[in-house]
Design a protein around this ligand. Sequence first.
Ligand code: MG
Ligand code: MG
Length: 258
Amino acid sequence: MLYLKTDEEVEQLRKSNMLVSKALAEVAVLICPGVSTLYLDKVADEFIHDNGGLPAFKGYGGFPNTLCTSVNDEVVHGIPSGYILKEGDIISIDCGVILDGWYGDSAYTFAVGEIKKDLKRLLDFTRLSLEEGVKEAIAGNRVGDISWAVQSKAESGGYSVVRELVGHGLGRKLHEPPEVPNYGKRGTGPKMEKGLVICIEPMINLGKKETFQMKDGWTIRTADGKPSAHFEYAVAIDRERADVLTTFKFIEEVLNKM
Ligand code: MG
Ligand code: MG
């Protein structure tokens, strides 16, 4: 059973996802060699509270922090720590908020200082695979159309798609049906209708697709130790084109100034 939001509810979700978009930009300005992931977490936590929200991940299934910070071969769900970012790292930052009872959820993978060309290309392709998925997120299409588009783009670059973790519906809960895999076949899966709100979040590996979970019970890493990237948008399904509730423009304003 898919929960379709009214126009008013989509506007609530636009606000919660706007707060996430801004929180990620607050963090973006601080990302450089020498900064700890725990410091980024603290800044995001304060920003969310100062703007009337609550961090959505803290306490979710027992997760201890506001951000998921996943560096290099960490795919997702990394726990902020005393780890100090160094030149050449990549870091995926995933942030969730609750604002007036509605969830926001977005992720962006950042370069720390100068990164190698092959990492830059991985980030570009992951971002492009997300954009290809968004193009398919329209009423009348099926979830598998998104999955197929993401997978096709990622694999066309020679990358592999993580299977164990998927996108999801978003609303008054962080994870609602349907699941939105980043791999699949056209014309399969649930049919999408106007008012469905989903998170599309490709997790794309430079090497092989296999992953494992660390003993901390959270952090997912690539089995081959090669880097992985992750970008996430929340989108409302509409008739002509997806209504993207997340924006990376605040992040890009920050990055362009650096
Ligand atoms: Mg997320
Ligand atoms: Mg998500």
